[in-house]
Write a protein that binds this ligand. Structure first.
Ligand code: HAM
Length: 418
């Protein structure tokens, strides 16, 4: 029997993991610099949380969730995204009483039963953040800045920011009526999903994967032209702030986002390098979600970025980083006694935080040298009878061939800071 990774999942191999670790570290550092703290939420939640939070007219909820009954008869769902879980945790852990904004970031796996494409997986990773309690456009500009600073620190350029406002329940009611009047004569020509959306949530029709490209949908009335005064002022406020900071943007009235909780600001960072799945990062405001999930009315805003897509973009822009050499020195040994000494030296080097290796595979001296060379280990020391007798060893710098004689117990001091 040969097993294979499940469709839509993949291994992240040791040969590529450093790019992930670098991105994770840069993301955490940038979030910390804005005052965000990490939260870790469970991989699964009760199904109802996503139905209520993400919305039961979305593709994510109706078609893509990994839902199952556990042995206790509960309906469980593997998280298709992080926001609903973070909101649940925010309410459950009484964070409403903390000084606002309550800022949290996360690095999670998420699960969606989707058709496989470049940049579209069934198990994928998201870096994201959520911020609770701030209602004005300052925080909208702040979280967009987080993404902008993160991309800059990753060495990425030219990822276009698209923004839009999809209003609040106030302006949405009037707009929904308009949209229904517009679509009514054509509903029967639209896909089955849109026919259901027409009654329940007409805004979703704009985002339809089947009908979305048709002129009928493209020419539909746009929410941004029907915002109430408060929503318009909020959107203008965001634009002013982005301009002041120097973050360029395009207004894209077609962004409605694939999840139901959004209000007012929505945004996406889009690239041409990630195939048809060009959205690397998406987010927006969700001022009604905390209340919808049973908490006290609290405004919220956040984003999530697909890490697979981020790394595709990093590769396309030649911004991948070199693998760091965790192992700094190889201690080769020419006899059994030398090998015991090498083991001792390695132990003390590791205690001092210096990565090192010695033979574990019973290799001949020649084979040890070949192995160290192949691994690209930057320093080499060879221990034989003379070194044991003198208590000294030559440490060779493999890059320039230079050699330095040091005491056997002085290798750590010699390598420190190199
Ligand atoms: P989303 O747009 O559904 O938003 O996903 C965010 C990002 O996750 C996408 O832009 C994309 O890069 C990545 N992504 C989504 N689905 C897949 C997939 N099947 N394979 C690979 N990558 C994928 C959310 O998830 C919201 N929770 C974002 C948010 C946070 N809004 C407010 N707070």
């Amino acid at each position: 029997m040969r097993y294979a990774a499940q469709k839509g999942t993949r291994d992240i191999l040791p040969s590529e993991i450093h790019n992930w670790q670098i991105a994770e570290k840069v993301f955490a550092d940038v979030c910390h610099s804005f005052g965000y703290e990490e939260i870790r939420i469970p991989t699964f939640e009760q199904t109802d949380l996503f139905q209520r939070g993400v919305g039961d007219t979305t593709d994510v909820v109706t078609k893509e969730m990994y839902t199952f009954e556990d042995k206790g008869g509960r309906s469980i769902t593997l998280r298709p995204e992080g926001t609903a879980g973070v909101v649940r945790s925010f309410i459950e852990n009484g964070m409403t009483s903390l000084p606002s904004p309550v800022r949290m970031f996360y690095n999670i796996t998420a699960f969606r039963y989707e058709k496989m494409q470049k940049g579209r997986m069934r198990e994928f990773h998201q870096f994201g953040l959520e911020s609770f309690g701030a209602a004005g456009p300052d925080i909208d500009a702040e979280i967009i800045s987080v993404v902008d600073v993160f991309f800059k620190k990753m060495g990425l350029k030219n990822i276009a920011l698209h923004i839009n406002s999809i209003g609040c329940p106030n302006c949405r009611g009037e707009y929904n009526r308009l949209l229904k009047d517009y679509f009514r004569p054509h509903v029967s020509e639209m896909c089955e999903d849109c026919q259901a959306r027409f009654e329940k949530n007409p805004l979703r029709m704009i985002d339809c994967k089947v009908d979305g490209g048709k002129d009928l949908v493209k020419n539909a009335p746009r929410l941004i032209d029907h915002l109430c005064d408060d929503c318009r002022a909020h959107f203008e406020g965001l634009k002013t702030r982005l301009e002041a900071i120097g973050i360029s943007y395009t207004i894209d009235p077609n962004i409605v986002r694939g999840l139901d909780y959004y209000t007012r600001t929505v945004f996406e960072f889009v690239s041409e390098n990630v195939g048809t799945q060009g959205t690397i990062c998406g987010g927006g405001r969700y001022d009604g979600l905390v209340e919808d999930c049973g908490g006290a009315a609290t405004p919220g805003i956040g984003f999530a970025m697909g890490v697979e897509r981020l790394l595709l973009e990093t590769e396309a822009q030649n911004a991948l980083k070199e693998k760091p050499s965790y192992v700094k020195i190889y201690i080769a040994s020419m006899s059994e006694a030398a090998k015991i000494e090498a083991l001792k030296i390695c132990y003390s080097l590791r205690l001092a935080g210096i990565g090192c290796e010695t033979d574990m595979a019973g290799r001949s001296f020649k084979a040890q040298m070949k192995y160290a060379g192949k691994q690209g280990i930057p320093f080499l020391a060879v221990i034989g009878d003379d070194e044991l007798a003198n208590g000294e060893v030559k440490v060779k710098n493999m890059a320039d061939g230079s050699e330095t004689t040091v005491k056997l117990d002085g290798i750590g001091d010699f390598l420190a800071g190199k």
